[in-house]
Design a protein around this ligand. Structure first.
Ligand code: ATP
Ligand code: MG
Length: 560
């Protein structure tokens, strides 16, 4: 490896390499994990964590576990558990046999808790939540010991057993570790280990009515699985001492280490499952997979590829300082990727009829066009040309504005891949709107050149009216109007963009699109990248979603 490559390593890679070089990794095998809580769908932020954890394991020949951190039964659901797995696979990663659940360890966690009680390192507390808060102290003031801290070991064992047997109501007791109520770190002030919850768990059903807390469960789960590098986001930095405590208790014989990195934040979006769930529940979007959502199911339905997301995350990098990434970077990566792979097709979103008056009536010819000029291997296909065509309304102006190069009376333009056409006359409706343009074509210009090599300045796309297929097209804008939703008023809902979806129902697309399948990446020439909608499209009624525009129209709008 040359020094340049070394320089580009991020801090976690450096830590891992140092640990490997100094024999600090048991068996020399790096073990990471991605530990989502199954209380919602994964979002772009999770993609960063997934890519980081799985790639590190790949890079150093180790393994990455998927662990569902299912310790909050009321909020968790099998739907989420299944979606999480499908999203990770879609991103291109595989946990092999290493699928775990925090709930796999409930028995072990319980036994360790009993041992802690026996060693006088944990106690059952009956303070009310209000008292608990008062005893806890603040950042500047130490806490006070709970009167229950001196309960006898026997009584603690009995009460904990009774908690487990469902003899006490929710909120009546907590099992707490006996650490230090005066610790400057609030998380070390006798953290709660277990609480009572009469909730049905998606996996363990009604077996348990006491559930272990995150700060107890997470580190011990890591230790049980032999995780070497437990990578999480910066907000867990303050929990690291609690992590170190939990992984150093006597009943644990492997010691993982926690490292924190900056979470992914993207402007014009929110990435908290709680907020995303609110949008779904209140029907502000069309479900978790609404193409405007920053969820992985959402961006997938929108037409982003896993490769584009991997490229994006690689560009964002791994750092220890919080920052906000520009949404434009994400779209840039999506375009880069789609430019290479999307099939170019013709689709007219707002049709205007064109009649080629000197083209024989009833005749159709097939014009061969490239599927992707960026990829010669993508081949060609044939599209029909005939006397009646559709073009975009905006590609014609009866009275052209200055610099307008498209169709206007007397002007000759290239109909992409076909012929040169000149607009001659218009047909208007009763209100004077142009409803049809009468053109003539130059039969010598087939394929886009003429014997006299005359140049035209405009090229427009078109479809043949008789062959075109009707389609619905959805154009998306950002879901939020401001860079930091909620910053102005304290409520992110105030910044929702209510015009973030425009549905066009009278679009005309080239006939080959009847064969399009969900997941196929398309470029509608001059209109952007599109993909068939996975939920609402059917062969009888095609629905396409715009993935991204061809250029960064947002930046232009802001006048940059
Ligand atoms: P949210 O705050 O969106 O509800 P969470 O952190 O509660 O997310 P978890 O399911 O607990 O979601 O997260 C699983 C893993 O994903 C954790 O290791 C967490 O640190 C990581 N993660 C969550 N959000 C981001 C983000 N924006 N950037 C990077 N990693 C993230
Ligand atoms: Mg969480």
């Amino acid at each position: 490896m040359n020094t340049d490559e070394k320089k580009n390593k991020h801090f976690i890679e450096k830590i891992i390499e140092d640990d490997l070089a100094n024999g600090r990794v048991p068996g020399g095998e790096i073990v990471t994990r991605f530990p989502p809580e199954p209380n919602g769908y994964l979002h772009l932020g999770h993609a960063k964590s997934i890519i980081l954890n799985f790639s590190l394991a790949e890079q150093y020949g180790g393994r990455c576990h998927l662990r569902l951190d299912d310790t909050n039964p009321e909020k968790e659901d099998m739907e989420y558990i299944n979606a999480i797995q499908s999203d990770i696979r879609w991103l291109g990663f595989d946990w092999g046999d290493h699928l775990y659940h925090a709930s796999d360890y409930y028995q072990q966690l319980y036994e360790i808790a009993v041992s802690l009680i026996k060693e006088n390192k944990a106690y059952v507390d009956s303070l009310t939540p209000e008292q608990m808060k008062e005893y806890r102290g603040t950042l500047t003031q130490p806490g006070k010991n709970s009167p229950d801290r001196d309960r006898s070991i026997e009584e603690n064992l009995r009460l904990f057993e009774e908690m487990k047997e469902g003899k006490h109501p929710e909120g009546s007791y907590l099992l707490r570790a006996k650490l230090d109520m005066a610790s400057p770190n609030l998380n070390l002030r006798d953290p709660a280990l277990y609480r009572i919850k009469f909730a049905h768990h998606p996996r363990t059903g009604d077996t348990w009515c006491i559930y272990p807390m995150y700060d107890y469960t997470h580190p011990i789960s890591d230790a049980i699985e032999g995780v070497t590098h437990s990578i999480c986001t910066l907000e867990f930095e303050d929990h690291r001492p609690a992590y170190d405590w939990a992984t150093s208790i006597d009943h644990i014989d492997h010691t993982p280490h926690q490292y924190e990195f900056a979470r992914l934040n993207i402007n014009y979006t929110v990435m908290s499952k709680r907020k995303l769930l609110f949008l779904v529940k209140n029907k502000l979007v069309d479900g978790w997979d609404d193409p405007r959502m920053p969820t992985l199911v959402g961006v997938r339905r929108r037409g982003y590829s896993p490769e584009a997301l991997n490229m994006f995350i690689a560009r964002v990098g791994v750092a220890k300082v919080e920052s906000v990434v520009d949404f434009a970077l994400l779209e840039f990566c999506v375009r880069e990727d789609l430019n290479k792979r999307a099939k170019r097709v013709m689709a007219v979103l707002k049709p205007l009829k064109v009649t080629v008056t000197n083209y024989p009536e009833g005749e159709t010819e097939l014009i061969e066009v490239e599927n992707n000029p960026e990829d010669p291997g993508a081949g060609t296909r044939k599209i029909p040309f005939s006397r009646t065509l559709y073009i975009e309304q905006e590609d014609f102006m009866e009275v052209p504005m200055k610099g307008y190069r498209r169709l206007f009376p007397g002007n000759e333009v290239r109909f992409k891949g076909a012929y040169y056409l000149t607009a001659q006359e218009v047909v208007q409706d009763e209100e004077g709107h142009v409803i049809e343009v009468l053109c003539t074509y130059d039969p010598e210009s087939r394929g886009g050149t003429t014997p006299d090599e005359r140049k035209v300045r405009g090229t427009i796309h078109w479809v043949s009216a008789a062959h075109a297929v009707e389609a619905t097209v959805r154009l998306y804008d950002k879901l939020f109007l401001t860079e930091n939703p909620g910053e102005r008023t304290g409520n992110y809902l105030d910044d929702i963009n209510h015009d973030s979806l425009v549905t066009l129902t009278e679009c005309k697309v080239e006939p080959s699109l009847v064969q399009s399948t969900p997941g196929e990446y398309l470029q509608f020439m001059r209109n952007g990248y599109f993909t068939l909608d996975t939920s609402d499209s059917s062969p009888e009624s095609l629905v396409f979603n715009r993935t991204v525009t061809l250029k960064d129209s947002w930046t232009r709008k802001k006048g940059q």
